[in-house]
Write a protein that binds this ligand. Structure first.
Ligand SMILES: Cc1cc2nc3c(=O)[nH]c(=O)nc-3n(C[C@H](O)[C@H](O)[C@H](O)COP(=O)(O)OP(=O)(O)OC[C@H]3O[C@@H](n4cnc5c(N)ncnc54)[C@H](O)[C@@H]3O)c2cc1C
Length: 385
């Protein structure tokens, strides 16, 4: 029996497990390798920070999904891949052979060259390490003393976390509970349209969040202008993404930043029995936005293509017959709902119809209700009925 190894519990694999529950695949031995039994859903994480959701509400139980999908769950972390020998080596040095491989391990903030007081900066990913560090900090925090949350990174995730944190570090004129975003020279959410950015700036101002148009240089010791390490201060990195694992020695084709190069079928351009989806992959010609929305959409094509390839290789025909595989082309415009953490949210959408080009930015409580509805219903899909 052929062995399909799914590495990482990223969105695309969660979608694949959902499909396997509906339509099992008994002719294939399938394993999922994940360093955690539960997978946090990033869209709801800011809602956990401001106490809207319990942590369990924002987590997908991977082990339970595997059980229901007839997939073997392996608690472990990929250390090394040898694509030529079709072998995985995990952190405990155990080796695993595969016939087909799929990677959904995501990305993480770039920590390379970080000498600015080791262990001071907490990376937002992996999420389980971040949630533990955040909980510990919140428990030890003395609310009567000044405290500072310093965030490096100016993307939507960084902004959502800052706004959410304001609810657990309330602004008081006499008590210095500071929240500072180091966003770089382009400011926050530079990839979004100007209307959305205007609305976001208003929210940051209202919440007394300080914006610094500089980057933190992690190759240098911590600058004196940044809150120094201490029990009242938290330093969070939500900055530029790098692959969750560097596949340099694997012989897989990678882009200049180390992301796995895939074609429109989410299949490695160098190894047709290897697939990848979500933040870990990159396309040679089409720029891919790194977002959960794309990871989920690509997941449908990924699941279909892997199963078609598995059947093809079993029947002796080519595992990558192009006529049978499903292409995934990311939409040019996507709806993003950015939580403002006060039961309101901002909707961002671009309409591009050649000559007609329109950017939509809306703010309101109904946008948050819509976001909450979408997120809660997305999570319901993976709970046992
Ligand atoms: C605070 C925050 C809020 C966000 N909100 C949104 C949002 O509202 N909408 C949106 O579209 N995007 C959002 N994003 C972006 C989104 O989180 C990512 O784009 C998305 O998570 C990528 O999904 P993925 O499936 O590729 O990987 P991930 O969701 O990161 O999952 C990767 C999985 O692989 C596992 N893994 C990692 N390394 C290994 C290894 N070596 N071996 C085995 N397993 C491994 C990890 O434990 C994890 O379970 C947000 C990001 C942040 C930080």
């Amino acid at each position: 029996m052929k062995h399909l190894a799914l590495v990482g519990g990223g969105h695309a694999h969660v979608i694949m497990l959902e499909q396997l529950i509906i339509k099992p695949c008994p002719d294939l031995k399938i394993s999922l390798i994940s360093p955690t039994k539960k997978q946090a859903y990033s869209g709801m994480l800011p809602g956990w920070i401001n106490n809207t959701y319990m942590l369990e509400t924002c987590q997908i139980d991977l082990q339970d999904l595997c059980l229901r999908a007839g997939v073997r769950f392996i608690l472990g972390k990929l250390k090394q891949l040898n694509a030529q020998q079709q072998q995985l080596v995990l952190h405990d040095e155990s080796a695993l052979d595969y016939d087909l491989l799929s990677l959904a391990i995501g990305s993480q903030p770039n920590l390379v060259g970080d000498i600015a007081v080791p262990n001071t900066w907490v990376a937002v990913k992996p999420f389980d390490a971040f949630t533990q560090s955040w909980q510990t900090w919140q428990q030890q925090l003395n609310p009567k003393l000044p405290a500072t949350l310093t965030i490096a990174g100016g993307g939507a995730g960084a902004v959502e976390i800052a706004l959410a944190a304001r609810h657990v570090m309330p602004y008081q004129a006499k008590l210095d509970h500071q929240i500072i975003i180091y966003a770089g020279p382009n400011g926050v959410m530079s990839g979004f349209n100007s209307k959305v950015r205007h609305l976001i700036m208003r929210q940051l101002k209202k919440a007394h969040i300080t914006l610094v148009h500089e980057y933190i240089d992690f190759s240098q010791p911590m600058p004196a202008s940044v809150a120094q390490p201490g029990p009242q201060n938290f330093h969070l990195r939500v900055s530029t993404a790098k692959p969750a694992l560097y596949f340099g020695a694997s012989e897989l084709a990678l882009d200049a930043d180390g992301f796995v190069l895939v074609d429109e079928f989410q299949r490695s351009v160098s190894h047709p029995n290897v697939f990848a989806a979500g933040d870990i992959c990159s396309r040679p010609s089409t720029p891919l936005q790194r977002s959960g929305v794309h990871a989920i959409r690509a997941g449908k094509a990924l699941a279909y293509n892997i199963l078609v390839s598995a059947k093809g290789s079993e029947s002796g025909s080519s595992p990558n017959s192009l006529t049978t595989l499903q292409a995934y082309w990311p939409r040019r415009n996507n709806l993003y709902l950015i939580s403002c953490a006060d039961q309101s949210a901002i909707a961002s959408y671009g309409v591009n119809l050649g000559l007609f080009n329109m950017n939509i930015a809306l703010h309101g409580r109904w946008v948050w209700r819509l976001k909450n509805y979408i997120d809660v219903n997305f999570m319901k899909r993976f709970k046992a009925k």
